[in-house]
Design a binder for this molecule. Structure first.
Ligand code: NAD
Length: 525
């Protein structure tokens, strides 16, 4: 039977530049089984050994930078430099993980409490086969960092890149295959949501998915059948708050950058802006100026004159257009920008927006910066939180303490003060969401540790009769156990004394010993 093909289409030109057969469901299952067989070998290597192999991969990524940015440029339409940013973040994270992972993954001794004659430890063991399902907006840097974290932790991996950017999927597969010591422990499966669903159903031991909230819910539902743990990095509707004491020029410039970088196709792009009344007019003018400076177009040169490429996925154009139409029908105005030919846009800045519009509620994921006037910072916070998502946010104020006080009240998993998006570029900061933006983390210590499960063990000789922990477990020691609990954990001298003195009191033969007399309860079988 002929296999269905996945075509590689350059969204800037519409031209096909390659294709690959889609992975069939039985092949997906086989890939998971192969990785399960390979797991003992990879997880049996020391962390140091795994990191040595991944050092070769780090070298390869840097050596192949031009080929990587070339494919990203054709696959997404983004500039080569924007492609390099994806690679930069990936390499930066790998380097930092190589430095920190041995320390983070080390076996840890913990207090044994009253079990004085035992030693207690936690080991951080890999899950087994990790499935990584990724989106198209940053096809490299939303695939490789979780893949590398999973590998460092000792998992084998099956990666399912987005069907929209299939060429990057093939590129990543080829790069991995070029490291012979790594190749047997990673499989890449190619295709659309059906391939993703087949992977979810193939019983991997952990699923890490980045994508839309709707797909995240489907994956979680499917994973619940086998109680497979999942980490979901989902959509966002990040708010930017401009306070009265903000540096307006910087806020407009970097707010526009955050709204239009990657043509707004960033999970934590600036999707809505709230500006306090007194600064609104000035900010809007500055934002229009900043947006007009950001040119859109396509170039495959290493240095492109364009800031914005096309929208990558034709399906996304429909979402953007529907948000635009809905907002215009409800009274919003376009201050600058428009849709151009093909899937290109010039940055669109809008005013007259409110929360009745899809543009202010749902994820647009496109090059629109809606700006809303608010009475004061309290209203800005209230509106920022009036949303189902909780990924990131940004707050602008010259007074950093002031900005932090406001940021603390915003319902988001990460906030950046006096900048936008850049917190994702810091690999030691865990990144993820709350609310409908999902859970789990990429980057940071948390991004690595989620690919492990804590394994606990306690060790010692057989219980000794006079050990506190043994006394506690043997019948007839109620008062003694009470005294030990009271003396060790009593929260006041009075409580410590009261529980200790109970040991020496004359007791009734039956009953609870409490002031309220009660009959002992006997259960008859
Ligand atoms: P998507 O949900 O359409 O697809 C994501 C991946 O899931 C793709 O590989 C797709 O093939 C696969 N998939 C689709 N249906 C599936 C199913 N039933 N079972 C298993 N896998 C399935 O998302 P997208 O359009 O590729 O990406 C854009 C979305 O990703 C936006 O919502 C964006 O906000 C979000 N995103 C989130 C983050 C984050 O870190 N939180 C980062 C980037 C993008």
């Amino acid at each position: 039977m002929e296999k269905e093909k996945l075509a590689f289409i350059n969204p800037a030109t519409g031209a096909q530049f390659g294709e690959i057969p889609m992975t069939r469901p039985d092949e997906v299952k086989q890939a998971v089984e192969d990785m399960r067989k390979a797991f003992p070998t990879w997880s049996g290597k020391t962390v140091k050994e795994r990191l040595r192999i991944l050092r070769d991969f780090q070298k390869l990524l840097i050596d192949e930078r031009d080929e990587i940015t070339n494919i990203l440029n054709q696959d997404c339409g983004k500039s080569r430099q924007d492609g390099l940013i994806e690679l930069f973040v990936t390499v930066d994270m790998l380097a930092q993980y190589r430095w920190n992972a041995p320390k983070w993954l080390r076996k840890k001794r913990v207090s044994s409490g009253l079990y004085l004659f035992k030693q207690c430890f936690v080991e951080y063991r890999p899950h087994g086969v990790a499935a990584i399902i990724s989106p198209w907006n940053y096809p490299l840097t939303l695939s490789l960092p979780p893949l590398l974290a999973a590998l460092i932790a000792g998992n084998t991996v099956v990666l399912k890149p987005s069907e929209v950017t299939g060429a990057t999927g093939v590129l990543m597969e080829r790069l991995i295959q070029r490291i012979p010591e790594l190749a047997p422990f990673v499989r890449v499966v190619h295709g659309d949501g059906r391939v993703g669903a087949a992977l979810t159903n193939a019983r991997p031991d952990f699923i890490f998915m980045t994508g839309s909230t709707a797909t995240g819910k489907k994956i979680m539902q499917a994973a619940s059948e086998t109680l497979t743990p999942v980490a979901l990095e989902l959509g966002g509707k990040d708010a930017m708050i401009v306070l009265e004491d903000a540096d307006l020029e910087a806020a407009a410039r970097w707010g526009a950058w955050g709204a239009f970088f990657n043509s707004g196709q960033t999970c934590m792009s600036v999707e809505r802006v709230y500006v306090v009344e007194s600064k609104y007019d000035e900010f809007v003018q500055l934002a229009i100026k900043a947006a007009k400076e950001l040119k859109s177009g396509y170039s495959s040169d290493l240095d492109s004159p364009y800031f914005m490429g096309p929208v990558t996925d034709p399906r996304q154009v429909k979402v953007i257009e529907s948000h635009l139409e809905d907002a215009l029908a409800k009274g919003a105005q376009v201050l600058t920008g428009s849709k151009e030919q093909g899937m290109f846009y010039n940055p669109i800045v809008m005013s007259g927006v409110d929360h009745s519009m899809k543009l202010m509620r749902d994820e647009t994921f496109g090059p629109i910066m809606p700006i809303m006037k608010v009475k004061d910072e309290a209203e800005a916070i209230r509106l920022a939180n009036d949303n189902a998502y909780g990924l990131g946010a940004s707050v602008w104020s010259r007074d950093v303490q002031h900005a932090k006080r406001v940021a603390d009240q915003v319902e988001a998993a990460s906030v950046i003060i006096n900048d936008s998006i850049a917190q994702f570029g810091v690999p030691m900061l865990p990144f993820g969401g709350i609310k409908q933006s999902g859970f789990g983390r990429t980057h940071g210590q948390e991004g690595l540790m989620q690919f492990t499960r804590p394994f606990s063990y306690a060790v010692g000789a057989a219980p000794i009769s006079w050990d506190i922990a043994t006394i506690l477990r043997e019948n007839g020691h109620y008062d003694l156990a009470t005294a030990i609990m009271g003396v060790v954990y009593g929260t006041s001298l009075r409580q410590k004394w009261e529980t200790l003195s109970q040991l020496f009191k004359q007791k009734p033969k039956t009953g609870t010993g409490s002031k309220v007399p009660s009959e002992p309860v006997t259960i008859h079988k």
